[in-house]
Design a protein around this ligand. Structure first.
Ligand code: SF4
Length: 237
């Protein structure tokens, strides 16, 4: 793969990894999360094509901003759909002493290209959509089996990870499911942080722009109490 399909960049990201991040949004996603706030990133056939040199030049242009304790974060979409390119890109970034973070749902097989990406990844921000396979399929259209195997692999390889869990009332907030997730994560020694994120409707307009019906029309954002309770269960406090 000699080029990557990129949707956009964010030059001063502050939430997708440590420090200031240069965030790169890779085009294309194979999941169909009902709450997706990046509905415009699903289509793998569009996006601006960048060669390795062009993308590295974008990064280098912004290096002064993120150089002190920050780095780059690739997100999407699902960046691992372009794993061959990404592996070489991360290898190049690390050779330039740039911290690499990968924001992913991990919902891909652990192919050689994916393992090559992880070999050059300093931090994975892993979105676990659901611990229950059937409920996960209802929420995202896909099985969670690859994601759970992916988390296990990161732990085995001692690759640092932040867990991200989106609380969607009626879908992901049952205490039983959250306890099951806490049990799954408990033996893992590579988890640096668990982020519990409230569902929001901010991407709704993108569904409408794409001519699609928004899937969670009547779902409200979770309460602060609900978020706190889920945090406590996941952090085992
Ligand atoms: S994985 Fe992310 S980009 Fe893909 S559908 Fe889900 S929320 Fe949207």
């Amino acid at each position: 793969m000699t080029t990557a399909k990129i949707h956009s960049f964010e030059s001063l990201g502050t939430v997708d990894g440590p420090g200031i991040r240069f965030v790169i949004f890779f085009q294309g996603c194979h999941l169909k999360c009902k709450y997706c706030h990046n509905r415009d990133l699903w289509d793998c056939s569009i996006g601006k094509e960048y060669t390795m040199k062009e993308l590295c030049m974008e990064v280098i242009k912004h290096k002064d901003f993120f150089d002190h304790g920050g780095g780059i974060t690739v997100t999407g979409g699902e960046p691992l759909l372009q794993a061959e390119f990404l592996a070489e890109f991360f290898e190049t970034c690390q050779a330039l002493k740039i911290h690499t973070a990968l924001d992913t749902a991990g919902s891909v097989p652990l192919t050689k290209n994916v393992r090559n990406v992880l070999q050059h990844t300093n931090l994975v921000l892993l979105d676990i959509k659901h611990i229950d396979d059937e409920k996960g399929k209802e929420l995202t259209g896909s099985s969670n089996k690859n994601t759970l195997a992916f988390a296990q692999y990161l732990n085995d390889k001692k690759i640092p990870m932040w867990i991200r869990y989106v609380v969607v009332p009626g879908y992901t907030d049952s205490p039983e499911d959250v306890k099951k997730l806490a049990d799954f994560l408990a033996p893992m020694t590579n988890i640096e942080k668990i982020e519990v994120l409230p569902y929001h409707e901010m991407g709704k307009h993108k569904w409408e722009l794409m001519g699609d019906k928004y899937q969670l029309e009547n779902v409200k954002a979770p309460t602060k109490d609900s978020i706190e309770n889920i945090k406590k269960i996941l952090e085992r406090k």
